[in-house]
Design a protein around this ligand. Sequence first.
Ligand code: PXP
Length: 400
Amino acid sequence: MPVEITNLSGQDLRLSWLKEKLAKTLEFLGLADREVHLLLVDDQEITRLNMLYLGRPYPTNVISFSQREGISPKEQVKHLGDIVISLDTALREAKEYGLPKKHYLLSLAIHGLLHLLGYDHEKGAYAAELMVKNEKRLLEKLLGPHGQKLVKFVQRREYMPAKLAVNVDHVATVREARKVNYPDPVHAAVLVELAGAHGVVVHLREDRRHIQDRDVRIIREIVKTKLVLEMAATEEMINIAKEIKPDQVTLVPERRQEITTEGGLKVKGRIAKVRQAVEELKEAGLKVSIFIDPDPEQLKAAAKTGADIVELHTGHYAEAPGPEEMDLELTRLEEAARVAKDLGFEVHAGHGLHYGNISPVAAIPEIEEFSIGHAIVARAIMVGMEKAVREMLCLIEKAR
Ligand code: PXP
C-alpha cells in the first residue's frame, strides 16, 4: 500500500480520491515502490507538533517528517516519511482562497511530499522556484483543466521570497545637519549591499535637503544590485533620471513643506499627465514604479499609465492609532496587493515600516519588494548598518 491515510481530525471526510491521487503522484515521480503516510489532525495537534519540532507556537497547514533525514543520499528508504495536515486549517484556508476542498488538500499533501523528498522552499529563492515548479507540474498532471484555479493559486502565492531595497536618504540627513562630508550615503550603500539587501534607494528631492546630485551619481557607479531613484515627475528630475539611468524610477508626490512623502501619487483624474512622465522614462529604458495609496480606484487609474510597478503606500498602516485601525489598513493593503497583481503590476510596498510592524505586511504574498529607510538607518546608528539590514531581511524572510 504506497499511500496510507489516518484521519485523527475528528471530521468525517471521504479520502479515497486523495489516496488515489497521491499514489499517482508517487508514480509520476518514479517512486511507485515507496510508501508515504498521511496523517490528518486538528489545529490543537498540529500546534503541538509545530511547537515541539519547529519552535512555532501556532497552527499551520502541513508539516512533513522525513525518514530520509540523516541517511546518505545513496541509501534508499521504502517509507519516505509522514505528512501531517491540520484539517481545520486546510478547510479554513480552502474556503478563504475559494478553492475546492479536495484540490487544496491534495496541494498541501504534494507540498508535504516534496518536502519529504528534500525540496525546501525556505532554503532560498531558487529552491522555492524549483519547489513551486514541481508542485505546479504535478497538479497539472493530476487535475488537468479542472485544476487551473489551484495551479494559478500555487504559482501566485507560494513562497515568493520578498526583496528589500534600503533607502539611505537619512544617512545624508545626518551629513546635511552639519553640512560636512560625513556620514556618506555612498558608504552606506556599500554596506547595505554587503548585508544582502536587494537594492539601494535614494530620493533626490527638489530642495536637495538630504541626497545631493553627487550622491546619486556615485551610488549609480557602485551599486551592483539595483538603484532606485525616487523623484517627483518634474522636467528637471526626468532629465536627471534619463542621464543617470537608475535601474528603477519611483514617482512620488512632493511638497516642499512636508517632513517626508505624505501620501501616494494621485493618478485618478491625472492619468494623461502621469502617463506622459512614465512614457518618457520608459523610452529612456527605465523601469517605472508609481508610489500609490492602497486604493483600487487609484490602482485602476495607474494601470492606464504604462507603469511597470506600483509601490503601495504603507504610511496609513504604520501610523494607525490603534490595533483595530491597523488591522483595517492591513486589510486595505492585502486587497490592494491582490488588485494590483491582477492588473499586471509588480507589487512593492513601503513607507513608515519598521522592525515592529513589518511582519504582517511582509506576509502579504503579492508584495515582492519592500522599500525601507528611516527605521533601518535609525537602527544602524545603534548596531551598525550591516546588522540593521540583516535583522530586517530576517524578519521579512520569516514572515513569508
Ligand atoms: N517609499 C517611498 C516612495 C518613500 O518616499 C519613502 C520615504 O522616502 C520610503 C518608501 C521609505 O520610507 P521610510 O523612510 O519611512 O522607511
